[in-house]
Design a protein around this ligand. Structure first.
Ligand code: MSP
Length: 667
């Protein structure tokens, strides 16, 4: 029986369109899954979407859609992107699917029947953005995780007896020291659990977008219990007995971003323990992809879409960049400049060039057949040095990869590419090719065999990372289907003499400066189009005066009045200013980051003469939330702050005497 390997990504929230942050995790898992398959493991790779909860319900409301519509649409976008990127997932789970619902309810019953659920009253703060109960005091108190204002929840809830798990969890972290990777995350979790665990509220009754609690449908199951269960419901737990659960559970590797470590390393093992199920072997947390110094996220509006990169440079370029440039486990920055630089240096000038030089010369000098490395007399120390480096590389690469040090593994592999480049320059095969004497021919054969064999080895090792290009190089080497190549048996000297090469074509054409511009423009257009698609431009004059931007189109009836429908087109919401700063070179403008409850908005407002930035932080304001974005001083303004503008006076911000929750709509 073959060895099995089960790997999972987190399931992605569908309140946001997929971006390269999501792609990062999924690509890393795809790379591991591909490699495991080449290593002979019977591999199962799961991904999917997380579709319940208050955050999704509100996002749907804000988009004027039903939650069903929004979740179906966005989930399909994730799936289409994964397909476009050629990701080899075996299953894509949606938490709104029937099989998942059945599985979650079965898990609930199991936990309940084992005596770990009780009913109680919860009063406290809840962060809708993180879908997390937090230790914060008072209405609107900031969430300790993300800083957004929390909401007060007073409800009758079901509770999970998490407090009973402190010792068992600490024992788990000691007995299975690799359960949480990397070490820094493990230490964080240990100190969190050591500081004491409180019981966890695991149901909500104030909204309905979720899976009903068995036998008490007034409650829906807490979205994190619902979501975490996907890793087993996808294998048929609690629904179909497909055999997958018995075959693949427990997971070998569950990959997550660092912000969801607590859910996966504390709650998840506790739920599994009560249900009497084995625990995953490893939870591996990676860092964040940053764009312009900040975590890439929809709420910051600083996302980059994978499609943009795929259109211009191809999926392999994105995959290679993410795994080579970012030290896995740490945060890493993304920029188009760095992407193109890496692409040209390592892929176009590196592997691509090595493949085309080597294969073209074999075609020219040996009629497209891999030549025999000749007699001992034609051998030089530099040939053996390449062979030794390649053999060493195979072991080094494998162990770095096992350790998920992708960047170092690729660096090592490209070290061989650089060595072979140098070897080619030193041995001048083109000069040897001009000579017809036997010694020169023998020497040329040895040199080109050495190059081709090194190329084959790098290509096989890199296949899980850059599958498309390596499959093409493999074909050009005349070697059939690369993914079927047993990686565990890879050795120097396996390239068969006389192998007939395939058709030689460039795999990584060089990218010039226009590639950066193209991607930049596509991103700018994509953002504007997305904003326009989700926002009905108001057809009426703004209710109050905003210092930025011209008033919108005029009223619709002869006497200047508008209908209620016209008014309803303007989405006014309460927001809270989180960041305020002056805009360089513009006396009147402030750049604000405003929390709208479901997202963070950048707004540029002409109120600098009336308000200092400090006086605005924490202040609640009214925002026209569905205004098409516009650029001011190079900054995108995504909404308008409502203010009264007395004739000749300074603008006065609209505010409330009572406390109003962030995100509330004004009607
Ligand atoms: N739905 C929950 C997870 C439930 S798992 C049972 C969730 N979803 S999420 O869409 O907000 O983010 C999920 C994951 O996407 C992160 O943990 C991370 O793996 C990936 N990323 C999202 N943005 C990212 C970056 N900017 N950088 C790196 N990874 C990012 O949390």
């Amino acid at each position: 029986m073959s060895k099995t390997f089960y790997i999972t990504t987190p399931i992605y929230y569908v309140n946001a369109r997929p971006h390269i942050g999501h792609a990062y995790t999924t690509i890393a898992c795809d790379t591991i899954a591909r490699r495991q398959r080449m290593m002979g493991f019977d591999t199962y790779f799961l991904t999917g979407t997380d579709e319940h909860g208050q955050k999704i319900e509100r996002a749907a409301q804000a988009a004027g859609k039903t939650p069903q519509q929004l979740t179906t649409e966005v989930s399909a976008e994730f799936r289409a992107l994964w397909d476009r990127l050629g990701l080899t997932y075996d299953d894509f789970i949606r938490t709104t699917s029937e099989r998942h619902k059945q599985g979650v309810q079965a898990l609930w019953r199991k936990i309940r029947d084992n005596g770990h659920i009780y009913k109680g009253h919860y009063t406290g703060q809840y962060c809708v953005f993180d879908e997390l109960y937090v230790d914060a005091v008072g209405p609107g108190a900031p969430c300790p995780e993300c800083g957004r204002p929390t909401e007060t929840v007073r409800e009758e809830n079901y509770f999970f007896k998490l407090s009973a798990f402190q010792d068992r969890l600490l024992r788990l972290y000691t007995e299975q020291p690799d359960f949480i990777r990397p070490e820094a995350r493990r230490n964080e979790v240990i100190s969190f659990v050591r500081s004491g665990l409180r019981d966890l509220s695991i149901s909500r009754s104030t909204f309905s977008w979720g899976i009903p609690v068995p036998d008490d449908p007034k409650h829906v199951i807490y979205v994190w219990l619902d979501a975490l269960a996907n890793y087993i419901t996808a294998l048929g737990y609690g629904s179909d007995n497909t055999g997958l659960f018995d075959k693949f559970w427990p997971a070998n590797l569950q990959m997550i971003g660092k912000e969801i470590v607590r859910f996966h390393c504390v709650y998840w093992p506790a739920f599994l323990m009560v249900a009497g199920l084995p625990l995953p072997q490893r939870i591996l947390a990676h860092g964040w992809l940053l764009f312009e110094e900040n975590k890439m996220s929809k709420s910051r509006g600083n996302i980059v879409r994978a499609e943009t990169i795929v259109d211009v440079l191809g999926a392999d370029a994105l995959r290679y960049f993410l795994l080579r440039e970012v030290v896995f486990g740490q945060d890493g920055s993304f920029s188009f400049d760095a992407l193109v630089q890496r692409y040209n240096a390592d892929l176009a000038n590196g592997l691509g060039n090595l493949a085309s030089r080597t294969l073209t010369m074999i075609t020219r000098y040996f009629r497209g057949e891999v030549p025999y490395p000749s007699r001992a007399s034609s051998r030089k120390a530099s040939d053996d040095a390449i062979a030794q480096t390649a053999s060493k590389l195979i072991n080094e690469y494998n162990s770095l990869f096992e350790d998920r040090q992708f960047s170092r593994a690729l660096e090592a592999a490209w070290g061989l590419v650089a060595n072979v480049d140098k070897y080619i320059v030193e041995n001048e095969p083109w000069a040897l090719g001009e000579k017809q004497d036997e010694d020169s021919r023998a020497r040329l054969a040895t040199v080109l065999y050495t190059c081709a064999e090194a190329l084959r080895i790098v290509t096989a090792l890199a296949h899980p990372v850059i599958p498309e290009a390596t499959a093409r190089i493999w074909g050009q080497l005349g070697l059939g289907e690369i993914k079927k190549h047993p990686l565990a048996d890879l050795r120097w000297g396996q390239l068969r003499l006389g192998t007939k090469l395939g058709k030689i074509e460039p795999v990584f054409p060089r990218a010039d400066k226009s590639a950066i511009e193209k991607m930049q423009t596509a991103e700018d257009q994509g953002r504007s189009a997305a904003a326009a698609a989700t926002q009905d431009a108001p057809s009426v004059a703004p209710i109050a005066i905003q210092a930025v931007g011209p008033p919108a189109a005029s009223a619709t009836t002869p006497d200047g009045r508008i209908s209620i429908d016209d008014f309803a087109k303007v989405e006014l919401r309460v927001g809270q200013v989180k960041i305020a700063e002056k805009v360089k070179g513009a006396d009147k403008l402030l750049r604000l980051e405003v929390d709208l409850g479901t997202e963070m908005r950048q707004v540029v407002a002409g109120i600098a003469e009336a308000y200092t930035p400090e006086s605005l932080i924490g202040r609640k304001v009214v925002i026209v939330a569905n205004l098409a974005p516009r650029k001011l001083r190079g900054l995108e303004s995504n909404g308008m702050i409502v203010a009264a503008s007395p004739e000749g006076g300074k603008p006065v911000l609209c505010s409330f005497l009572e406390d109003v929750p962030v995100g509330t709509r004004l009607k």
